[in-house]
Write a protein that binds this ligand. Structure first.
Ligand SMILES: NC(=O)c1ccc[n+]([C@@H]2O[C@H](COP(=O)([O-])OP(=O)(O)OC[C@H]3O[C@@H](n4cnc5c(N)ncnc54)[C@H](OP(=O)(O)O)[C@@H]3O)[C@@H](O)[C@H]2O)c1
Length: 299
């Protein structure tokens, strides 16, 4: 029997981390860490974890993901999003092993009208995106290219954790009951990505030894408004909601946030889908699969 592939996972309690644990394929020996066992803001602890466990891969799914709070907590966001991948990459460079660094569409500026290719220059708009871009850069400086896989993704959601889909389910329920509409931003376009399809892509990337910058999202395109409407309709069809709230399109200017967001962040996933041998599915099909995993609200 071949030796199992040893994978040191970070962020095990995050929404992607939970899907990675749930979907780990056979042949993977998982060393799953969370904030309780490995503080990503502590570079020395990250290096020491690699030296102790000697993994074949570090799968860095943990991150500082509070996009708006990052604007006022830049130091912590930088330590977690740039310091941890740098520390992992430096330790792996010394003892052997590869890094799969999960990154984000927020490294791009959102000012082009066609999907971003993996090799395009980065132009983050806010602190969160800037720290993730810096994590990519520092990992690429420390590790030879064939030992680093950067996998950028977008609009991640799943049946657990803090995400747009679960927030919308709560808001649909409350607004429909109150007979009030729900305003959702319609002028930001991207693609929702379900945690289970992203987890499958991560595991396939490790199994195939993928390297280089890559993009992974579900297929198609949507605004947040489109996504909110689809969540309401599908959740009603599968019995999670009695009825959807009326969703009203609003503009970014109507919903000011501390951090600027890219208005267009579609990722070109063509080469990655081909390399991984995964056709991908439309975000609406993935949404139906996620909603099937969401428990009904208490009666
Ligand atoms: N969410 C999105 O829409 C989105 C979009 C594009 C890319 N991404 C990327 O996808 C990856 C997974 O994100 P996600 O959506 O699963 O995020 P998430 O649900 O917020 O999970 C992030 C995890 O990182 C952990 N973490 C944060 N600071 C830490 C620290 N100092 N030490 C140890 N652990 C720490 C968190 O721990 P606690 O649970 O204890 O807080 C959490 O479990 C990240 O790299 C993110 O940048 C996400």
């Amino acid at each position: 029997m071949p030796e199992p592939v040893r994978v040191l996972l970070t962020g095990r309690h995050g929404q992607l981390g939970q899907a990675l644990v749930a979907h780990a394929p056979e042949g993977i020996a998982l060393i799953a860490t969370g904030r309780d066992s490995l503080d990503l803001a502590d570079g020395a602890a990250c290096r020491e974890a690699v030296e102790r466990h000697r993994p074949d891969w570090v799968l860095n799914a943990g991150a500082y993901t509070a996009v708006d709070r990052a604007e006022t907590e830049a130091e912590l966001a930088e330590a977690v999003n740039a310091g941890a991948p740098a520390a992992f990459a430096e330790a792996l460079a010394a003892v052997g092993g590869r890094l799969l660094q999960v990154s984000t569409d927020f490294v791009f500026g959102g000012d082009q009208g066609h999907p971003y290719a993996p090799e395009q220059p980065l132009r983050p708009l806010g602190v969160y995106g800037a720290t993730k871009a810096e994590g990519e850069r520092r990992a690429a400086t420390a590790l030879p290219p064939e030992r680093l896989c950067l996998l950028r993704t977008s609009w991640v959601y799943g049946p657990v954790g803090a995400n747009f889909c679960l927030t919308m389910l709560r808001l649909h329920r409350a607004r429909a009951a109150a007979g009030e509409p729900l305003g959702v931003v319609a002028d930001q376009v991207g693609c929702p990505t379900a945690t289970h399809t992203l987890a499958e892509a991560c595991w396939r990337a490790i199994q195939q030894g993928l390297s280089g910058p890559h993009h992974w999202s579900d297929c198609g395109a949507a605004s947040w408004y489109d996504f909110a409407v689809a969540i309401g309709e599908r959740a009603t069809a599968c019995g999670l909601l009695e009825r959807p709230a009326q969703v009203r399109p609003i503009s970014t200017a109507d919903y000011p946030t501390p951090a600027r967001r890219p208005s267009y962040s579609l990722l070109d996933c063509t080469a990655t889908r081909r390399a991984l041998g995964i056709a991908g599915r439309h975000w609406q099909a993935a949404l139906a699969e996620v909603l099937a995993q969401v428990p009904p609200p208490p009666a």
